[in-house]
Write a new protein. Sequence first.
Length: 336
Amino acid sequence: MFAKIRAVSSYLPATIEHNAEIVDGRFMKKIGVESRHIAAADESAGDLALAAAEKLFAEHNLNRDATDFILLCTQHPDYQMPHTAAHLQSRLGLDKRVGTMDIALGCSGYVYGLAVAKSFIETGLVRNVLFLTSSVYTKYINRRDTSTRPLFGDGATATWIEAVDAEAPCLSAFVFGSDGSRYDRLIIPVGGSRHTPRDTPEVFTTDDQKNFRSNYEVFMDGMAITYFTLREVPRLVEDVLTAAKLTRAELDYCIFHQANKFMMTYLRDKAGLNDVPFHNDISTTGNIVSGSVPLAIEQVVKTHGADKLRRVMLAGFGVGLSWAGCIADLSGMGNV
């Protein structure tokens, strides 16, 4: 029995913010983000994940009672404790036998989560995993910080992963990496146990580009993140191809974390993937962090169908700094 992605659904909040109101057209064209969905003040990461899960069950006619495990990838849990996946078990009306776990990862989190789901299923611990991602980055970005605000949107995704009879693994060639020495290149400094809100005053700063933020909000060194991506991801591509014993010509599609249009275009060229179908579109969603890969999967499958998507390279990279890639057989998606 092998773990296989059977269906993906997404939920995007109703409120839409247009970047034309924030930045000039030249910058907007470069990043490729025209608008983004913004969570309401009373919408939590758990609320978005719940909505995505309900859409998954409804759109794909899935039996929620077949869920054995809920895996939630988010950096914005509803509470410091308990973990949000546990609360979602109750809110989804699932049996108490269902296991639950949060993964505190960002842009690379979807691939890491697939590896966890694969491990649970292929060791016989469970048969069906409900894998959720949810991001509400905009709640942690200052509205006067135009280095990050135009890039990030809010959203959640739900992926159904199940055990299937197959001749070969449907999720394979996993490669992981981390560079914790650059942990502070994308960070919210205050809020964890190192700098607790109770003991840390809020301090506001303005950078050379007049971006305004506090130590309670997202800081991103855009240049450092770009250099990191262009240094590590081409190497990741080579490592995944080697692990899968595939050539670029044998890939059916590449679906990478959607950071911004400029970076993705440059990365595609640097990784030698110009002849491989390659998703590069966050024009109406922005970067939704761990949800960007599954959202792209949903869009590609809806546009092109899944029958020919047997060798799809998935890759995520960013906050941590961390990265991960794998090969996924997406054929048969939606035919549950």
